[in-house]
Design a protein around this ligand. Structure first.
Ligand SMILES: [Ca+2]
Ligand SMILES: [Ca+2]
Ligand SMILES: [Ca+2]
Length: 230
């Protein structure tokens, strides 16, 4: 026996970007944080939920366009084509990284929730000097306003501007708004919903996935076939 010794790969507790994409996201978020936030309180974020919800729901139309074979998911080839159509300039590697990062359930397809998160990441990442002159970063003005709100909300929560929301930052944000016994509890619950890998930190991607759940696009109310013309 004794072969249990081996090299112990200690699980990392410190929140360090695990992928190139995450590192880029953190960098972009820090840049954005320098510009400040228009959010005044956690409540002001909550108040934006209905608008965000509506805007993200409308995004379904776009999703369906890109899901060319209508199988409910955007595969890698479909994603490449959609980037082309949206005139998002990304390298093959970047597209691949985004695909891997957002395909949370690893079924090799980007479903609607995953798609929203992916687009929002693109929105954040393409916010650099080189693309500033471009009229629309993801080619959808209404959606971009929504993404901006989401970025803004994250910046609000990330008090120390390190690109992550920690548990104490979440508690702080919620306590600022509501002074009641329950608020700490709510903060903890919200935080735990967001912190999937339970490492005590929420990155922007986790935040977005939680958000798509909160605003209710998770409940895909039995796919209203063919209805809902906007
Ligand atoms: Ca498809
Ligand atoms: Ca997937
Ligand atoms: Ca932070």
């Amino acid at each position: 026996m004794g072969n249990k010794v081996g090299k112990s790969e200690s699980p990392k507790k410190v929140s360090k970007p695990e992928t190139k994409l995450e590192a880029k996201t953190v960098e972009a978020m820090k840049r954005r944080a320098a510009a400040g936030t228009s959010m005044k309180s956690f409540n002001s974020i909550i108040l934006k939920f209905p608008k965000i919800d509506e805007s993200l729901r409308n995004c379904k139309v776009i999703f369906k366009q890109f899901d060319e074979d209508s199988n409910g998911a955007i595969d890698y080839e479909e994603l490449k084509k959609s980037f082309h159509k949206l005139e998002i300039s990304c390298t093959e590697e970047e597209i691949n990284d985004l695909f891997q990062a957002c395909d949370i359930n690893e079924d090799k397809g980007i479903d609607f929730n995953e798609f929203i998160v992916l687009l929002c990441l693109v929105y954040l990442l393409k916010d650099d000097a080189a693309t500033l002159h471009a009229k629309a970063r993801v080619g959808m003005p209404d959606l971009e306003a929504t993404f901006e709100t989401l970025v803004d909300a994250f910046v609000f929560l990330d008090k120390n501007k390190d690109g992550y929301v920690s548990k104490s930052e979440m508690v702080q944000a919620i306590n600022e708004t509501t002074s009641g016994e329950g608020s700490g509890q709510i903060a903890m619950k919200r935080f735990e919903e967001m912190d999937w890998d339970k490492n005590g930190m929420v990155n922007f991607k986790e935040f977005l996935f939680a958000f798509t759940g909160w605003v209710g696009i998770d409940d895909n109310e039995d796919e209203e076939e063919g209805g809902e013309k906007v």
